[in-house]
Design a protein around this ligand. Structure first.
Ligand code: SF4
Ligand code: SF3
Length: 549
């Protein structure tokens, strides 16, 4: 295996024997093989699309397969083998459609269109030949992978939107275009760079689509105090990002005596009016994804993963028989909830019965955390915010969105938040917030100093807010606003958030705790020279830099 798609890549270069995330060599290889087959399907889908034929099966497979390969989403080898077999079947169907439409693929020589296997052994053998390192030129490899990780991010958000009945065919077309480009040896570094920038545009589109899906279905997020304590009922803990699963679970647990709590990235579900009405939707339990090995022990009841980030349980974990997965997530030995059919609810009855046999969660903390500062809620406070900026009560905003992670170097973000002067406000989204969202950072004239917009995809809200402020202050350039960007990344959703910000013209973003291993020195130079992208230094140095002192 060779994988360097996330921030925790071993030695800062890549995982070669087993992922730091726990991904095994065989699963990593099958993930590569699935992406390889998607390239063939993308060639077919693109040719059909040119003739006006849109194949929803190919679109769905592309989204699901890309999603399954993101960091910490799916560790289940069987599911990858099944997906590969599904890819063979869909490729066959597309071949029939191509013949029927009289479309020839003669100019598209790629064994991703023809290679086939019956046995797992054959798949495993092929997988070792088509991975990341099969591209020899390091700049082309870097751009191909940057593009691939960008569309993985797009796929995750597209899937959540799809689950709520929202789709955009332009996104599917782009995912296919990008996958075709990543096997085209004729494309230069400039061609691929242009596609990376287009990927950023598509990132804005998919986040806008998901925002529309979420807010149309569940209402606009509102300022909410979320309890972090517990009640004395058995309960289910739900993690990940999928709000449709959240809805199904809340509907089915109502009146059963089972409470529901959120973990990690599901926290922002509490901000939506449609979910607030459930009395048994109690609060948020625990902290960020990587703390799950502690949090799940004391939760005592079943846990549902709707997406990443899963940490393989330790050998002595007492909770491993209480974890379930759904959607694109999976882990060998965790029961997987059957997929939704024709928009019908998933069946969570097994999970609910399991919860009824379990003790209530053990209290690990008390109090509340505040959130719900997505675009509409912030617009409602616009006068207050603008006044605070005009009077100098707020000197600067710091966008500290993105991901959290295990590395000790991420303590930087807690210290940075603590050391920020009292006249600054943090705008956050994603699980990065857990580094500082329980600190007593106070408020400025009633405006909390940490404004949480929601999940990582709600970084879109932060962009909408920035553009609104630009308009209010009559500025020409979004970079003239008193906003600094100090973003933490971990997995591929953060890659698409970053590319989306770059495509909107945001400059001088600091990205940490380390720059991606998949950026070759030349590709990193392009990002530094064109966009002013930078890493992080020490808290003291960066504080001076950001505050211009
Ligand atoms: Fe390593 Fe990250 Fe890849 Fe996991 S996802 S194998 S930690 S680079
Ligand atoms: Fe977090 Fe996995 Fe990236 Fe959604 S839950 S931001 S790391």
């Amino acid at each position: 295996m060779f994988c360097f798609q996330c921030q925790e890549a071993a030695q800062g270069t890549g995982c070669i024997r087993r992922g730091v995330c726990g991904k095994t060599d065989d699963v990593a290889n099958l993930q590569d093989l699935l992406i390889f087959l998607l390239r063939g399907i993308s060639i077919q889908a693109t040719r059909l699309r040119e003739k006006g034929i849109e194949v929803s099966k190919a679109n769905k497979l592309t989204v699901d397969a890309l999603f399954m390969t993101i960091t910490n989403a799916n560790f289940d080898k069987t599911r990858f083998e099944e997906k590969i077999r599904e890819a063979f079947a869909i490729r066959e169907e597309l071949n029939h459609m191509l013949s029927a439409a009289d479309i020839s693929l003669d100019n598209d020589a790629c064994d991703c269109l023809t290679w086939k296997a019956d046995t797992l052994t054959e798949m495993e053998e092929k997988a070792t030949q088509i991975g990341v390192l099969s591209t020899a030129n390091e700049d082309i490899r870097s751009l191909r992978e940057l593009l691939t990780y960008g569309i993985k991010g797009i796929a995750t958000y597209a899937e959540h939107a799809y689950n709520l009945g929202f789709e955009d065919s332009e996104l599917y077309a782009f995912m296919h275009e990008a996958l075709v480009a990543t096997r085209n040896d004729q494309l230069s570094a400039d061609d691929l760079t242009a596609l990376v920038l287009k990927c950023g545009n598509m990132g804005v589109k998919v986040m806008a689509l998901l925002d529309e899906a979420n807010t149309t279905t569940y209402g606009h997020p509102e300022i909410t105090q979320v309890s972090i304590g517990v009640r004395n009922n058995p309960a289910i803990l739900i993690s990940g990002h999928d709000l449709r699963d959240m809805q199904d679970l809340l509907e089915q647990t109502e009146g059963t005596g089972v409470d529901v709590y959120t973990h990690s990235e599901m926290l922002p579900a509490h901000y939506y009016p449609a979910f607030k009405k459930y009395k048994h939707f109690v609060g948020n339990y625990g902290s960020s994804w990587w703390k799950q090995t502690d949090d799940f022990e004391t939760f005592n009841g079943p846990i549902l993963f709707t997406t990443n980030c899963i940490v393989p349980p330790k050998a002595n974990a007492t909770y491993a028989d209480r974890v379930y997965t759904s959607g694109s997530s999976g882990f060998n030995g965790f029961p997987h909830i059957t997929d939704r059919v024709n928009g019908q609810p998933k069946d969570f009855s097994g999970l609910i019965e399991h919860a009824q046999r379990c003790p209530a969660p053990t209290e690990i903390e008390k109090g509340t955390i505040i959130g719900g500062f997505a675009h509409e809620q912030v617009f409602a406070l616009a006068d207050q915010v603008v006044e605070a900026v005009k009077t100098g009560a707020i000197r600067k905003f710091f966008v500290m969105a993105g991901c959290d992670g295990r590395m000790k170097s991420r303590e930087y973000y807690t210290q940075f938040a603590q050391q920020l002067p009292q006249d600054t406000v943090i705008l956050t989204a994603g699980c990065a917030k857990y580094r500082y969202n329980k600190l007593p950072l106070g408020d400025i004239n009633g405006i909390p100093r940490v404004l949480d917009a929601g999940q990582c995809n709600d970084s879109y809200s932060l962009v909408v807010i920035a553009l609104k402020l630009k308009e209010i202050f009559g500025l020409n350039d979004v970079n003239d606003l008193p906003i600094a960007y100090n973003i933490a990344w971990y997995e591929q959703k953060a890659v698409i958030v970053l590319l989306a910000l770059l495509s909107l013209g945001v400059k001088n973003i600091h990205l940490g705790p380390t720059l991606p291993a998949f950026l070759s020195p030349n590709v990193a130079d392009i990002l530094v020279n064109t966009f002013g992208l930078a890493g992080i230094g020490t808290v003291d140095e960066d504080m001076k830099l950001f505050l211009g002192e």
